[in-house]
Structures are given as structure tokens and as C-alpha cells.
Ligand binder design. Structure first.
Ligand SMILES: Cc1ncc(COP(=O)(O)O)c(C=O)c1O
Length: 329
């Protein structure tokens, strides 16, 4: 019988699907890894399962304990799901900009959600990052701290990297991935580089994030607000290993959202804004490489999480990504 005893067994082993939008013919082969087929709909199921299971196995965590982290949403639902199944409690802090769909999903897995104000500064005591650290300290919660946790990187080194290598029979030449904590990129890129040092690892960063400048020039600039969720950062994270980055491509909110919408309409692949950013970057790479190349990009989560945002025309118009409609037309 091919059955499963726990939802945790369904984490990972996500498929690689051909991407055609923006890829010239003749040109490189291009595939996207559908991380939205993980149980809670994002790549974060890999890291929360790895981190919590490892802590339970080494006794740092005991059944009944409470775990906490700050999140743009996806880690929250993963933490809620994995914690519930492993007999733990989860508390997550998330900024106001997180979509209501994401907040409701986190709660649906039994996690407690603390919504904090959107803050300019990462270290603002009111912000989701500092509130999570403070509560972990004050209440003795286990701090997952994904942005600075090397087990976040290890989860992808042990799963995402090997899956891409095996599913492409070792023919992958270019890896394209958005960077939020940097864990997916760093763990996967390290594994692929160890397998074939010629593999080119390309990080994707939103316009307004500080990563690209830091990676290229080791300079910490002041970022500015942007709307694509899950990627980019206003601080340097320990989960990002810049020495593994061969190239970094910055993509605007508008290009990310429009590409995500186009691919959903043309190819039926409905990804979030960060998937649109990755696909936009893959087009840029595809224009510079030949048919002998094979690119793999990460689609981190699903469009269904953004029905009130980039897949909503009124929201797109309100934020200037679509032209206003003239009333007398
Ligand atoms: C939608 C989305 N895309 C991309 C990423 C990037 O993943 P990582 O944190 O591993 O860099 C995240 C992370 O939260 C995400 O939620």
C-alpha cells in the first residue's frame, strides 16, 4: 500500500516543472521547483520540521514546550503545523503587512499569532523581530530564529539540494533562488557547488532590500519599503552565505507581480510574488546562456496566498501596478 501515516512524511520531494514564459527557443532548459506543494504551501515546511525534530531528538525541546519565531507568514503556518503534529505549541510574530489569508492560515494550524506594527528599523522593539526575541527571553520559549539559524541552511543542504541534483540527473548548470533568510539559497547552493563547482548560483533580491549591495560590495546600505513578501531584508542574516553567490539579480515589485500573474494565466502555475521575481530573473539569465544549460528556479509559495494582493486588480491599481480605470469608458 502506498499510504502515509503523518503529514510530515509529505514534506519535500517537490516536482520540477518546465517553465516556458520568458525563456527563448532555442535556449536553455528551465524548470521551477514547486515548493507550494509542501503540506502548508511553502518551502518553510522543510526548515521547521528539520529544526524542531533535531531539537526534540537532542533533548533541547521536550513535548509540550513552546516555540517562537518572527515571520512574513509562511514560516508561521509551517511552525504551527509541525509544532502541532510534534506535540509542541507555537507562537509567531508577524508584521501588519502580512496578508489576512496568511494570518488566518497560521491560526488554522493552532498557532498563536501576534501582529506587530510595520517598522522601518529591524531593531525597533515594537517590530516582529525584537518582540519574538523578547518573548523567547521572558517566557523561556524555544527561539527558532530562522534568520540566523544554521539549521535553516542545513535543512536545504540535506533536502532541496539533493532533490534538484537527483531530479536533473546532475545536469543542472544554474540555480536561481530568492533570498529572505537566505537559508534556501545557501543550503542548496552549497550542496550543488560541492557536486559540481561549475554550477552558477544566482540570488534574487527585491528592489529596496539591502542584500544585493551587501553581496556585491560588502556595504550595508539603508533599504526602503517594498511589497513583495518573503524575500529581501533590511538586515544581513547569518543564514545567507554570500560567498556562495555567483550573481545577484534585483527585481522590482512591479516586475515580480506582473510575471507571477502572466505565468499563472499562460502556464497555469500560480506562484506568489517572490516566484514572479525568480521567473523574471530566470528570463534575464536565459538571455545569456545557451541550449546546453539547465536552470532550476525556486517557486517558494502559491498565488492563493495573495488573492487580496498581487492577484487582485483593485489592489494592483491602488498601488500603481495597473493603470487606473477611467469611469466614463
Ligand atoms: C514567499 C517566499 N519566498 C521566498 C522565501 C525565501 O526563503 P529563505 O528564507 O529560505 O531565503 C521565503 C521565505 O520566507 C518566502 O516566504
Amino acid at each position: 500500500m502506498k499510504v502515509h501515516q503523518s503529514v510530515l512524511e509529505l514534506i519535500g520531494h517537490t516536482p520540477l516543472l518546465r517553465l516556458r514564459t520568458g525563456i527563448p527557443e532555442p535556449g536553455p532548459q528551465a524548470y521551477v521547483k514547486l515548493e507550494f506543494l509542501n503540506p502548508t504551501g511553502s518551502l518553510k515546511d522543510r526548515i521547521t520540521y528539520h529544526i524542531l525534530k533535531k531539537a526534540l531528538d537532542d533533548g533541547t525541546l521536550k513535548p509540550g514546550d513552546t516555540v517562537i519565531d518572527n515571520t512574513s507568514g509562511n514560516t508561521g503556518s509551517s511552525l504551527g503545523m509541525v509544532a502541532s503534529v510534534l506535540g509542541l505549541k507555537a507562537v509567531v510574530t508577524t508584521p501588519e503587512k502580512t496578508s489576512q489569508e496568511k494570518i488566518d492560515l497560521i491560526k488554522s494550524y493552532g498557532a498563536e499569532v501576534i501582529v506587530t506594527p510595520d517598522v522601518e528599523d529591524h531593531d525597533d522593539p515594537q517590530g516582529c523581530f525584537m518582540v519574538a526575541r523578547r518573548l523567547a527571553e521572558e517566557k523561556g520559549y524555544y527561539d527558532v530564529n530562522q534568520y540566523h539559524n544554521q539549521d535553516n541552511v542545513e535543512a536545504h543542504y540535506l533536502t532541496t539540494g539533493p532533490e534538484i541534483w537527483d531530479d536533473t540527473d546532475g545536469k543542472v548548470t544554474h540555480f536561481v533562488c530568492g533570498i529572505g533568510t537566505g537559508g534556501t539559497f545557501s543550503g542548496t547552493a552549497r550542496f550543488l557547488k560541492e557536486k559540481n563547482p561549475k554550477i552558477v548560483n544566482i540570488a534574487v533580491d527585491p528592489v529596496g532590500s539591502i542584500f544585493a549591495e551587501y553581496i556585491k560590495h560588502k556595504k550595508q546600505v539603508k533599504g526602503h519599503a517594498y511589497q513583495v513578501e518573503g524575500i529581501g531584508s533590511d538586515v544581513v542574516t547569518d543564514a545567507l552565505h554570500p560567498q556562495l553567490v555567483d550573481d545577484v539579480i534585483t527585481v522590482s515589485d512591479s516586475d515580480s507581480f506582473h510575471r507571477a500573474r502572466l505565468i499563472a494565466r499562460k502556464e497555469g502555475i500560480s506562484g506568489g510574488g517572490s516566484s514572479g521575481a525568480v521567473a523574471f530573473a530566470m528570463e534575464k539569465v536565459a538571455g545569456k546562456v545557451g541550449p546546453e544549460s539547465l536552470m532550476v528556479g525556486i517557486f517558494a509559495d502559491a498565488g492563493i496566498r495573495y488573492l487580496s494582493k498581487c492577484y487582485n486588480d483593485n489592489w494592483m491599481r491602488k498601488h500603481g501596478y495597473l493603470p487606473k480605470v477611467e469611469v466614463n469608458q
